[in-house]
Write a protein that binds this ligand. Structure first.
Ligand SMILES: NC(=O)C1=CN([C@@H]2O[C@H](COP(=O)(O)OP(=O)(O)OC[C@H]3O[C@@H](n4cnc5c(N)ncnc54)[C@H](OP(=O)(O)O)[C@@H]3O)[C@@H](O)[C@H]2O)C=CC1
Ligand SMILES: N[C@@H](CC(=O)OP(=O)(O)O)C(=O)O
Length: 337
């Protein structure tokens, strides 16, 4: 298959290179794209060096079966037609098209069949915090309908891109050296701090990141579930964590929930309080599954269940999820030869 990665130099783009190789995705030819900044540089794939081309409005995508795009919403919007005009399937990581009615929003463990209907040749990868949430929610939804969800996120610096990771590292180094930390990518110093704002504020007082979790969850799950979210940036390098409270139609005991999580594809249960066993971002970074732990009954709601969930948001929240969508379509005979 002829495969393209747009945004190859970025935090997500670099993971695409690793995930495609790791999962033996059938790549016959790989094209890499970036802006003027990274054009001309080389990355290694399958034992060969591949040069990054500058993304332009031309016919570079002719013959490309699938393009994994992670170059920001503005770039996705500007280049959608250029990428898809010859029939290339665009799997887009940005938030540009997620809520468009003619663009499926897909998490393969939850709604894979939605990927089969992509009239614009665009499939959207959901927001990273939403992906790990819906994987966990679907395991519970399968045993009792979820009426309501409260979620508070603890989002790693890498969610804001490769430059943000470098900034957090630099801030810790500055602090250790007694220098004032450099602040550019985030509104405030993140090292030693928490920032209760991710993305811009909307009219209702919630941030755009929080409203993505509210709206995307409904679309992916085809559900009337009510979601309320609070998103916080934390000084963790990689992997997002979430405290989740769900209200189900009937009470779900922790043991039943543990079994439901444990038998659900893509989830690993780490839940043994006696041995201080629970998921943490430090040990989840670089791994594929969504980890769930601290499963217990909500003390404030007899129909409530609460748990803690951690996943590498650059992998399951971005590159891995997108590659899984492509794998599903290959398996369904809808992508490649
Ligand atoms: N980081 C994460 O955890 C997640 C990110 N996403 C989404 O993925 C996308 C990329 O994020 P991330 O990798 O973190 O960001 P980075 O800042 O790390 O990388 C951005 C990438 O976009 C490329 N790019 C920027 N402008 C252009 C352009 N005009 N033409 C071509 N390429 C361009 C850059 O190339 P160059 O170096 O050449 O400028 C770079 O490769 C965003 O839409 C983000 O919202 C989604 C889920 C999770
Ligand atoms: N906003 C997420 C990452 C991201 O890029 O999200 P989105 O693709 O929804 O803009 C974070 O900063 O952790």
């Amino acid at each position: 298959m002829k495969v393209a990665i747009v945004g190859a130099s970025g935090a997500v783009g670099q993971e695409f290179l690793r995930v495609l190789a790791d999962r033996n995705f059938p790549v016959d030819e790989l094209l890499l794209f970036g802006s003027e900044r990274s054009a001309g540089s080389f990355y290694e794939f399958g034992g060969e060096r591949v040069q990054v081309k500058q993304l332009r409005h031309n016919d570079d995508f002719k013959g490309v079966d699938v393009a994994f795009v992670s170059a920001g919403g503005g770039t996705s919007k500007e280049f959608e037609k250029t990428i898809t005009k010859h029939g290339t399937l665009m799997i887009d990581n940005s938030s540009a098209f997620r809520m468009d009615a003619d663009v499926p929003l897909v998490v393969p463990e939850v709604n894979p069949e939605d990927a089969l209907d992509a009239p614009r040749r665009v499939i959207a990868n959901p927001n990273c915090s939403t992906i790990q949430l819906v994987v966990a929610l679907k395991a519970i939804e399968n045993i009792s309908h979820i009426r309501r969800v409260y979620v508070s996120t603890y989002q790693a610096a890498s969610g804001a891109g490769a430059g943000a990771m470098a900034e957090l590292e630099g801030q810790y180094a500055d602090m250790a050296a007694g220098r004032p930390p450099r602040v550019e990518r985030f509104a405030f110093q993140l090292a030693g701090n928490l920032i209760p704002q991710i993305d811009v504020f909307t009219d209702n007082g919630y941030t755009k990141e929080e409203m993505k979790m509210v709206n995307e969850t409904k679309k992916i799950m085809h559900s009337d579930v009510a979601v309320s979210a609070m998103c916080v940036r934390v000084p963790v390098m990689r992997a997002h964590s979430e405290s989740v409270w769900v209200e189900t139609e009937r009470p779900v005991a922790p043991e039943e929930a543990r079994r439901a999580f444990g038998s659900f594809e893509g989830i690993v249960v780490m839940d043994d309080p006696a041995r201080q066993e629970y998921p943490m971002p430090l040990f989840t970074a670089g791994r594929y599954p969504v980890y769930v732990g601290r499963i217990r009954t909500d003390t404030a709601n007899p129909n409530g269940l609460t748990f803690w969930c951690v996943a590498d948001q650059i992998l399951k929240g971005a590159a891995l999820n997108a590659v899984q969508i492509a794998e599903y379509l290959v398996g369904a005979g809808r992508l490649g030869r």
